[in-house]
Design a protein around this ligand. Structure first.
Ligand code: OOG
Ligand code: MG
Length: 262
């Protein structure tokens, strides 16, 4: 670790204020170019602690930058992990208020819900599938707190991987009933298809993203508890949205989920 506790707390406060006031900021690595990965996750942990201390519940976890499309779009080369607070959840078909957001984008994802604990190291696709209760379509809304959505990996980890809202819905499926590599999906904006993909876009198999998350947490003495909701990462590039947009994700055999921006 390169940063002291006071700096970590101050950076978490700055990033959280940006989220809550829908204001952007410069990258934190501009001021702290020597910060390391432990510092970045320590800032994210402090963000989480602040929310829990205020009475928020943590309702899920996420992997991000798990597809080549996303890595290329953002100019980075490693997946990152974050958490989802209770107020990030939008009901299926519900509204997302633009006044609370800076410059949101949407991502088509597969959401996993687990029925048993996953603890790394050594987690693999098989352990994830064995621990999965069901999978379903999910749309993640991301909203980087950094100006013009430009960041490096450490800055985005500190910013809880741009997490801000999500919706899940459609038809929950047991993993034995779906080939998560070949399952196709269409993301629609205002009725028009705007992005297409298949599950394999995420690390060859979306369960690989969950295994990476379990191994990442395992290295820090943590696990994915039973009953967790986890977003496995955008299958395509993220799509910009504005007020008035209606977004629907259709996943082959798994129905659809949607939200609208007002
Ligand atoms: C970082 C978060 C990426 C995903 O699914 O790839 C992410 C970002 O691009 O702002 O959530
Ligand atoms: Mg995502």
């Amino acid at each position: 670790m390169k940063l002291d506790l006071a700096t970590i707390a101050a950076l978490a406060e700055r990033l959280e204020n940006c989220e809550l006031q829908a204001q952007d900021t410069t990258k934190i690595t501009d001021n702290y170019p020597d910060m390391d990965w432990d510092d970045a996750y320590a800032i994210q942990d402090e963000l989480r602690r602040r929310k829990v201390a205020r009475g928020c519940r943590i309702v899920g976890l996420k992997a991000g930058l798990t597809s080549h499309a996303k890595m290329k779009q953002m100019g980075v080369d490693t997946p990152v992990f974050g958490f989802m607070a209770d107020y990030y959840a939008v009901p299926d078909g519900g509204e997302c208020s633009m006044s609370e957001l800076i410059h949101p984008k949407v991502e088509p994802e597969i959401a996993f819900v687990t029925k048993s604990e996953l603890r790394g190291p050594g987690c693999h696709i098989g352990s994830v599938l064995a621990a999965t209760d069901f999978v379903m379509p999910g749309i993640e809304v991301i909203d980087s707190r950094y100006r013009d959505f430009k960041f490096d990996l450490k800055s985005v980890v500190a910013d809880n991987t741009s997490a801000v809202r999500f919706v899940v819905g459609g038809q929950p499926m047991e993993v034995s009933g779906v080939d998560l590599r070949t399952v196709g999906m269409v993301l629609e904006k205002n009725g028009l298809p705007v992005a297409f993909g298949a599950g394999a876009a995420v690390l060859g198999h979306p369960a690989a993203a969950i295994a990476m998350l379990a191994n990442h947490l395992g290295a820090r003495g943590q696990c994915i508890p039973a009953g967790s909701l986890i977003l496995s990462g955008g299958i395509t590039e993220a799509v910009t949205v504005q007020a008035g947009d209606n977004v629907t994700l259709r996943v082959q055999g798994m129905g659809s989920t949607s939200l609208r921006f007002v």
